[in-house]
Design a protein around this ligand. Structure first.
Ligand SMILES: CC/C=C\C/C=C\C/C=C\C/C=C\C/C=C\C/C=C\CCC(=O)SCCNC(=O)CCNC(=O)[C@H](O)C(C)(C)COP(=O)(O)OP(=O)(O)OC[C@H]1O[C@@H](n2cnc3c(N)ncnc32)[C@H](O)[C@@H]1OP(=O)(O)O
Ligand SMILES: CCCCCCCCCCCCCCCC(=O)OC[C@@H](O)COP(=O)(O)O
Length: 366
């Protein structure tokens, strides 16, 4: 293990990264709160400010993936579609099997310049997660309760509001509705069987209602669906904790641009279309399992320096006062204060792995 790799695996480094993320995140949440009066004067200005503030939070996580862990993200896509990415609104359909799939999504958003404005159909519980959830509130993220009777109206209303959004955005939809596990897959395939639908090997049966309402609500706003299929080389199962430890992964993303006009308007036909899409996604994963690559040419966008610059900015801003505090603490010579500080650090040590395991967020009660 090299010296740099050893440093990246040190708990103190993780503690510092978490400290910068947490404190800067709370400061940014507070700044977002301060934009509330701006909404009354100019909604578009408030939106633009919030896009930039949100970038300051999400790009820190992207920096961990791109710069700290050095994870490589390869894009397989049609060269004719490539120039349109980041230049139009789009609905992204992504498989949901990895703890860091959302982060790989964010990384591509960053490389195509739509990170601050990127959106998702997220479960309502995530709205209450400090920093990320609170940030989403100001970004007009669409939340669902996974109760169709309620979601039908609320999801439609939230999406309609995005019609006059001032900057290009990608709207992410995990049609599978939950992260893939063998157990969920088994149940899901029983549902497929009972409905007379073809089985899938690498995906759960897609939930079609959210997709249909999204496509219908964003007609005239989004230009296309980006059908995106993600996998990792060498059967890796990457984790947030792995990234924090500086482990380098290799993500491969296959994206097909499908113009929105090609998607049926009728609910039943749209559902059939989505089931067919997931059959195709399954075949791409099969191709990947056999050959170690997706079909089509590679058009990888390079990483940009902005996520690193933002991260260094917040680190410099927040580590200086921390350094001063620690110096004062040690020079105070108070045993009680020193013991209390060590206790706080130990508590943080216990919490860090929990923060970094996606499962703690997945397991929140519905
Ligand atoms: C160039 C680069 C391109 C791309 C880059 C990639 C990405 C970047 C883009 C953007 C990034 C932005 C942000 C990312 C950041 C963070 C994301 C993090 C987290 C979010 C993750 C989540 O929260 S996922 C959970 C929430 N989302 C969803 O659930 C979406 C999918 N669900 C739906 O659409 C649902 O339909 C619904 C939620 C709208 C409503 O749910 P409900 O359950 O009420 O209704 P359903 O119709 O779905 O269910 C009833 C029917 O389902 C049948 N059923 C029962 N059991 C099952 C089963 N196990 N599997 C399948 N189906 C089942 C049941 O029989 C009912 O059937 P009917 O025939 O009666 O309809
Ligand atoms: C730079 C320092 C980074 C600090 C780390 C903070 C970590 C915060 C991560 C918040 C990201 C939110 C995304 C979580 C993904 C998620 O939670 O998906 C839920 C779905 O599967 C559905 O779950 P389920 O209820 O199981 O069906």
């Amino acid at each position: 293990m090299g010296l740099l790799q050893l440093l990246k695996s040190q708990f103190l480094c993780h503690l510092i990264i978490c400290y910068v993320f947490l404190v800067s995140g709370l400061i940014i949440n507070l700044l977002q709160l301060c934009t509330l009066p701006v909404w009354l004067v100019s909604k578009q200005l408030a939106r633009r400010i919030n896009i930039r503030l949100a970038y300051c939070i999400s790009s820190q996580m992207v920096a961990i993936l791109e710069w700290w862990s050095g994870t490589e993200c390869t894009l397989y896509t049609d060269p004719k579609s490539y120039p349109l990415y980041g230049k139009e609104n789009a609905i992204v359909v992504l498989n949901h099997a990895f703890e860091i799939d959302f982060l790989c999504g964010w990384t591509f958003c960053e490389r195509f310049g739509v990170l601050g404005s990127s959106k998702v159909l997220a479960k309502k519980q995530l709205a209450y997660v400090p920093i990320i959830g609170w940030m989403w509130y100001f970004l007009e993220i669409v939340f669902c309760k996974r109760k169709w009777e309620e979601d039908r109206r609320t999801v439609n209303e939230s999406l309609e509001k995005l019609r006059d959004y001032p900057e290009n955005f990608w709207f992410l939809l995990y049609c599978e509705g939950t992260r893939f596990t063998p157990k969920k897959h088994q149940v899901s395939m029983q549902v497929a069987e009972s409905k007379g639908l073809s089985k899938l090997k690498y995906h759960l049966l897609p939930r079609t209602k959210g997709f249909w309402v999204t496509v219908q609500s964003l007609r005239g706003t989004a230009a296309a669906v980006y059908d995106s299929t993600l996998n990792f080389r060498n059967n890796e199962m990457p984790t947030l904790l792995g990234l924090l430890n500086g482990k380098k992964y290799h993500a491969d993303l296959y994206v097909r641009r499908i113009p929105l006009e090609l998607i049926p308007e009728d609910e039943k036909e749209c559902a059939e279309w989505l089931h067919k899409l997931y059959q195709e996604k399954d075949s791409f994963q099969e191709h990947y399992a056999k050959t170690g690559r997706f079909p089509g040419p590679i058009m990888s966008p390079p990483r940009r320096p902005w996520s690193l610059i933002n991260w260094l900015f917040w680190s410099c801003l927040l580590l200086y006062p921390l350094g001063l505090l620690l110096t004062q603490l040690i020079s105070s010579g108070s045993v009680f204060t020193i013991v209390a500080s060590v206790a706080v650090c130990s508590a943080a040590a216990d919490l860090t792995p929990q923060i970094f395991t996606g499962s703690s967020l997945d397991d929140w009660p519905d």
